[in-house]
Design a protein around this ligand. Sequence first.
Ligand code: CA
Length: 219
Amino acid sequence: MADILIVEDDKRINELIRRTLSMTGHQGFPAFSGREALFVLEGKRIDLILLDIGLPDMDGFGLMKRLAGEYADIPVICVTARDEVPDRVKGLKGGAEDYIVKPFAVEELLARIQVVLRRFHKEQNVFYIRDVEVDLSGAVVKRGGRTVELTNREYELLKVLLLNRNIALSRERLLELAWGMDFYGDDRTVDVHIRRLRQKLGLEKDIRTIFKYGYRLEV
Ligand code: CA
């Protein structure tokens, strides 16, 4: 799992991101200014940087310039306020891999982190839940060492639950994240596929039902 530096001067947002990361098995290291970010980088091997553009001591672009030498191999995702969005092109040109606009849904942030980590070959590909092994690089799911045949839809749903493990996802969100905006289906479709996943993988208790909301994979 990745060690992620969170450069964000808003303490509440910084803490929210840190907790979200830790729920999904990443470790977040908070920094509330550019100076603090450089201090953390000196002492710790970091896999990815989440960088707020508006910082009290230097702006995110200034910090990115200073990262360009020694820390050029660490991918950066810019976190920007809506009114800073025109700057995003500048940010991406300045070496950021991606950007996300505040306020954002945590699932969206996690998805972007996952994409960037994959691009830099820093992500975890194999997950274990009890006797279930999921290999995301080969799309192979095993239970007790034996391959389990999942349909594409079941697999996509499992993947979304896994990448957002320990986070409650509404049925609508699951549907959208797993099968896309254009997918024609309703809450029932999600329920049916969850039931099949639980049965096939023996994860009746691990895929928790959140009353009147959706589901959460507890790992
Ligand atoms: Ca800020």
